[in-house]
Design a protein around this ligand. Structure first.
Ligand code: AMP
Length: 279
C-alpha cells in the first residue's frame, strides 16, 4: 500500500493508473476503521484494479466541537488493517491539503434532504459532508464510490451531490450495515461508549427490529410510538425514531412503499444512528 499525504502526489499516481485504463474504486472514511469500513474495502477490492481509501476527520461536518475533538484516532491499526485487506492507496491528508487557504467553500443544493432528520439535528452537517466529498472526488476522480447504508441519509445526499456536480459517471455502491454480534451497528463512535452504555446500546437495533416485525394489521405508528417509549425507558435520549420512504426519507406508513425505520439516539454523550429496511 502506498500512503499519500499530498494531493499533488496522489493525483499524479492516480493519473498514471487512469492512463493505463485501470479502474479506481474509492472508500472515503474518517478512520478508526472497523469491519463496516473493511466490508467497503473488500467490495471495492473485488470490483476494481486500484483500491483507494481516504482517512480524514473532516472538521466542516461536525456541528459539535466535543464530538470532533474526541473523534477516535487509531491510525496505526487502520494502516495495518488496510494492508491486510489489500488496499492499494491510502490518502491521509492534513487539513490544509484538503482545504487550502484560498479554498472556495461551495453551497450545494441538496433539496429537501438537507433539513430533515440528521439535517435538522445537525445543522450544516450535510453541507460539510458535501464539501469534503466534492473535494475528495475532485482529487481522486474514481470510477466507483463505496458508501455504507448505515448512513442512509448521507448516501442519498451524496447521490444528489453526484447529480448536482455532473458526476453521474461515478458508480455509487451502497453496502449493507455491518453489526456487532448483539446487533449494534458498527461505528467508530462505539469506542467512546462506557462498558455499561455499550451493553445497553443494542436496544437501538432491538427497537428497529420491533418496528419491523409489527404484524400487518398493527398500525406502524403504534409500533413506532412503543419503540420510542422503550428506548426512553432504557435511558436513551431520542432525536428521532420514524418510519420513512427509503427514496426520499419522507415520513409515511404506506406499506406499498419501500419503508425504512430510522433512528438517532444518545447514549450518555454519544449519539448513535441506525436504520433498518422493513420490506
Ligand atoms: P465514517 O468513517 O464513519 O465516515 O464512515 C465511512 C464509510 O463507512 C461511510 O460510507 C459509512 O457509511 C461506512 N460505514 C460506517 N459504519 C458502517 C457499518 N457498520 N457498516 C457498513 N458501512 C459502514
Amino acid at each position: 500500500m502506498i500512503l499519500f499525504k499530498k494531493v499533488e502526489d496522489l493525483s499524479s499516481f492516480l493519473n498514471s493508473c487512469r492512463q493505463q485504463q485501470q479502474s479506481i474504486g474509492f472508500v472515503p472514511t474518517m478512520g478508526a476503521l472497523h469491519a463496516g469500513h473493511l466490508s467497503l474495502i473488500d467490495k471495492c477490492r473485488a470490483e476494481n484494479k486500484i483500491v483507494c481509501c481516504s482517512i480524514f476527520v473532516n472538521p466542516t461536518q461536525f456541528n459539535n466541537v466535543n464530538d470532533l475533538e474526541h473523534y477516535p484516532n487509531t491510525i496505526e491499526q487502520d494502516i495495518e488493517l488496510l494492508i491486510k485487506h489489500q488496499c492499494d492507496v491510502l490518502f491521509l491528508p492534513e487539513r490544509d491539503e484538503v482545504y487550502p487557504s484560498q479554498f472556495d467553500f461551495k453551497k450545494f443544493d441538496l433539496g429537501g434532504l438537507e433539513h430533515i432528520w440528521e439535517g435538522k439535528f445537525r445543522p450544516g452537517h450535510f453541507q460539510g459532508v458535501c464539501q469534503v466529498v466534492d473535494r475528495l472526488l475532485q482529487i481522486v476522480n474514481p470510477s466507483s464510490l463505496y458508501l455504507g447504508q448505515k448512513d442512509l441519509q448521507q448516501c442519498l445526499v451524496i447521490d444528489k451531490l453526484l447529480s448536482e456536480t455532473g458526476r453521474r459517471n461515478i458508480k455509487l455502491s451502497i453496502e449493507p450495515t455491518i453489526r456487532e454480534a448483539d446487533g449494534l451497528a458498527m461505528s467508530s463512535r462505539n469506542l467512546r461508549l462506557s462498558t455499561k452504555e455499550r451493553q445497553a446500546a443494542n436496544e437501538i437495533y432491538k427497537a428497529l427490529l420491533y418496528v419491523k416485525t409489527s404484524a400487518g394489521d398493527t398500525p406502524l405508528s403504534h409500533r413506532v410510538e412503543e419503540a420510542r417509549t422503550h428506548l426512553a425507558n432504557k435511558g436513551f435520549r431520542l432525536d428521532y425514531l420514524a418510519v420513512v420512504d427509503a427514496n426520499d426519507l419522507t415520513e409515511t406508513d404506506d406499506r406499498s412503499k419501500t419503508l425504512v425505520a430510522i433512528v438517532a439516539a444518545y447514549s450518555g454523550e454519544i449519539r448513535l444512528i441506525d436504520n433498518l429496511f422493513l420490506n
